[in-house]
Design a protein around this ligand. Structure first.
Ligand code: NAP
Length: 235
C-alpha cells in the first residue's frame, strides 16, 4: 500500500471508537503505521482489524489517560520500538456530567481535567523530543466549540478543552522554528457515543459520521501541510 505517509509512525489517542478510530484508519490508509491507544481492548482490536483489512499495520497500546505515568512511558516506548514518531493525534476526550458549575463534583472534575487537559500536556512532554526529530512532525489536538463559546452546563468540558487549546497553541509557537507543526481540529457535530451522551434525544442519522471528518483531520498530518497554530474545522 503506497501512500503519502509511508514509513511514518502515528500515535492516535481515543482510537477505540468514534472520531479517533476513523482518524487512525484514515492515517493507515495513507500509509502510516498506527499506534492506537484507549482503555477498551475490544475497540482497539476492531480498529486494528479495520486497518489490517486495508493492508495497513497497527500496534495496540492500551492505556488510561488518567494515569500520568502510563503517558510518560509513551515516548521512551516508541523510541525503543520504532526509533521515531512522526504524528501525534490527541483525540481522546470525555464529556463529564453536564451540570451547573456550582454542582460539579470533585471526582468528575478530576476525570475531565485529567483526560481533556492534563493528558495533552503529558503527551506533549513525552512526544516532543521524538516529534522534533521527525522530518515533518505533525501534532493535532481534537477540540470542540465549547472551548471558545461557553454554554450553561458545559463548564468542565469547555474549560478543559480551552486549557488544551492554550497548551497546544503555546507549543506551536515554541516549535515554530522546527519542522514540527501543531494544530487544533474541531470536527463539529459528529455521530458518536459522546455526542449521544450529550444529546440523547437527537437522531444521529442526521449527523455526519466519524469517517466523514477523518480526511480533514488526516490532512493536517501530511508532510505538505504547513499550517502551524491554526484552528481547523471539518467543514
Ligand atoms: P467517543 O466516541 O466517546 O470517543 C472517545 C474516545 O476517548 C474513546 O476512544 C475512548 O476510549 C477515549 N477515552 C476516553 N477516556 C479515556 C481515558 N481515560 N483513557 C484513554 N482513552 C480514553 O467520542 P468522539 O465523539 O469520537 O470524540 C472524540 C473527540 O472529538 C473528543 O475529544 C471530543 O471532545 C471531540 N469532539 C467530538 C464532537 C462530536 O460531536 N462527536 C464534537 C466536537 C469535538 P475508551 O473509552 O476505550 O478508553
Amino acid at each position: 500500500m503506497a501512500g503519502l505517509l509511508d514509513g511514518s509512525i502515528a500515535l492516535v489517542t481515543g482510537a477505540s471508537r468514534g472520531i479517533g478510530a476513523a482518524a487512525a484508519i484514515e492515517l493507515a490508509r495513507l500509509g502510516a503505521h498506527l499506534v492506537i491507544t484507549a482503555r477498551t481492548q475490544g475497540g482497539l482490536e476492531e480498529t486494528d482489524d479495520a486497518i489490517r483489512a486495508l493492508g495497513g499495520e497497527a500496534t495496540i497500546l492500551p492505556l488510561d489517560l488518567k494515569e500520568g505515568g502510563q503517558i510518560d512511558a509513551i515516548g521512551p516506548t516508541l523510541f525503543q520500538r520504532f526509533g521515531r514518531l512522526d504524528i501525534l493525534v490527541h483525540n481522546a476526550g470525555v464529556l463529564g456530567r453536564l451540570t451547573p458549575v456550582a454542582h460539579i463534583m470533585p471526582d468528575d472534575w478530576a476525570d475531565v481535567v485529567a483526560v481533556n487537559m492534563a493528558a495533552a500536556w503529558r503527551l506533549i512532554r513525552t512526544c516532543d523530543p521524538l516529534l522534533r526529530l521527525a522530518p515533518a512532525g505533525r501534532a493535532v489536538f481534537v477540540t470542540e466549540s465549547r472551548a471558545r463559546e461557553p454554554r450553561a452546563y458545559w463548564g468542565a468540558m469547555g474549560a478543559t478543552k480551552a486549557g488544551m487549546e492554550h497548551l497546544a497553541l503555546t507549543w506551536a509557537q515554541e516549535v515554530a522554528t522546527t519542522p514540527l507543526r501543531v494544530n487544533l481540529f474541531d470536527p463539529g457535530p459528529v455521530a458518536s457515543r459522546m455526542r449521544f451522551n450529550a444529546f440523547p434525544g437527537e437522531n444521529q442519522a442526521t449527523l455526519v459520521a466519524p469517517g466523514d471528518v477523518a480526511p480533514a483531520l488526516a490532512a493536517l498530518c501530511l508532510p505538505a501541510e504547513a499550517r502551524n497554530g491554526a484552528l481547523v474545522g471539518a467543514a
